[in-house]
Design a protein around this ligand. Structure first.
Ligand code: UT7
Length: 304
């Protein structure tokens, strides 16, 4: 496509991204991430009680990616389902899993964000094909009498903005979205279509508010926040949101330069990088936030 490294870097912050090999699928990436997380959590797969895979790129509507991961892991006592909230899927999944544990329904959960976005891009569309990457990350949540973990969450949506960012399902030709005609004009079927400028504007309006609301719900203030782990869509959105919240950039984990936009996988990947770099310290207050297709957005406040 007609683009340049300079345009991509200055407008998005992206330097590199990963593309899955032919042998890899969203399920195999999700499995690898979950298996590694379980080793770190010192848990045997047979102890897992819930598996949530946040993804927009399942191979099948059913069986769910989560059920395939359950089988690959040998997690014989786990419930498993996929969660569809596009780029916000991991934030939604984290919130759902924590509430399942807090209610006593399950004792633990594996929450995975996994995507093979490269398979659903229109490689002729320079507005999207330069942005997205493949990857997977996972966290293990366990119930504990020690205070901490997920403290509060805020989940929001505005379906009237659905036409700004969409990916048709594969099983039929969907009705066209109400909204700007051009979105699916000239697009290959079953590929991502996005009005980047509109999504950009919306993102910079709503995300900071949902973070502040969530921190307040947890009975804390923004001064208590040690680290923001945002969805990695665009460095300019990350910087703009941090500025709006009054959070300095050295309190923000940024991985968009290495991964591109990996949709639901971006936050667990960023958590993994942050953990490997020693940036996530026990007891730190951490906020994850995301916005994407739906439109759906939200934030989770947690004590690491
Ligand atoms: O993860 C889910 C949520 N998604 C997002 O958060 C994405 C949000 N949006 C964005 O990150 C940005 O809007 C983009 C990176 C997609 C685009 O950046 P922008 O600064 O908003 O650019 P634009 O769409 O306003 O386009 C500016 C110019 C246009 O040319 P003209 O009309 O000014 O002549 C585009 O045609 O840049 C052109 N352009 C490109 N040029 C070179 C658009 N894409 C490219 C490209 N290479 N890849």
């Amino acid at each position: 496509v007609d683009t340049s490294d300079e345009w991509i870097y200055t407008r998005t912050g992206i330097r590199e991204r990963r593309i899955a090999s032919e042998q890899e699928t969203t399920a195999t990436l999700a499995f690898e991430a979950a298996a590694r997380a379980l080793v770190i959590a010192d848990m045997h797969p047979s102890q897992v009680e819930l598996i949530i895979v946040a993804t927009s790129t399942p191979e099948y509507i059913f069986p769910s990616t989560a059920c395939r991961v359950q089988d690959y892991l040998g997690a014989t006592r786990a419930g498993a389902f996929d969660l569809s909230a596009a780029c916000s899927g991991f934030v939604y999944g984290l919130s759902m899993a924590a509430q399942s544990i807090q209610s006593g329904a399950v004792r633990n959960a594996v929450v995975i964000g996994a995507e093979t976005m490269s398979r659903v891009l229109d490689w002729q569309d320079r507005g999207t094909c330069i942005l997205f990457g493949d990857g997977a990350g996972a966290v293990v949540l366990k119930g504990s009498s020690v205070p901490g973990g997920v403290l509060a969450s805020t989940l929001r949506s505005d379906g009237s903005g659905g036409d700004m960012l969409s990916l048709p399902a594969v099983y039929h030709n969907p009705m066209p979205m109400l909204g700007p005609e051009y979105l699916h004009n000239g697009h290959q079927n079953n590929t991502v279509a996005m009005n980047g400028r509109q999504v950009f504007r919306f993102a910079t309006q709503v995300v900071a508010d949902s973070v502040e609301e969530t921190v307040l719900k947890a009975g804390l203030t923004m001064d208590d926040v040690a680290l923001i782990v945002p969805h990695q869509a665009n460095i300019r959105i990350i910087q703009g949101t941090a500025k709006k919240m009054g959070v300095p950039m050295d309190h923000v984990i940024v991985t968009v330069q290495d991964h591109g936009n990996t949709s639901a996988a971006s936050i667990p990947l960023a958590l993994s990088v942050g953990a490997a770099q020693g940036k996530l310290k026990q007891g730190d207050l951490i906020v994850t936030e995301a916005i994407g297709g739906g439109l759906a957005w939200g934030a989770v406040v947690l004590r690491w």
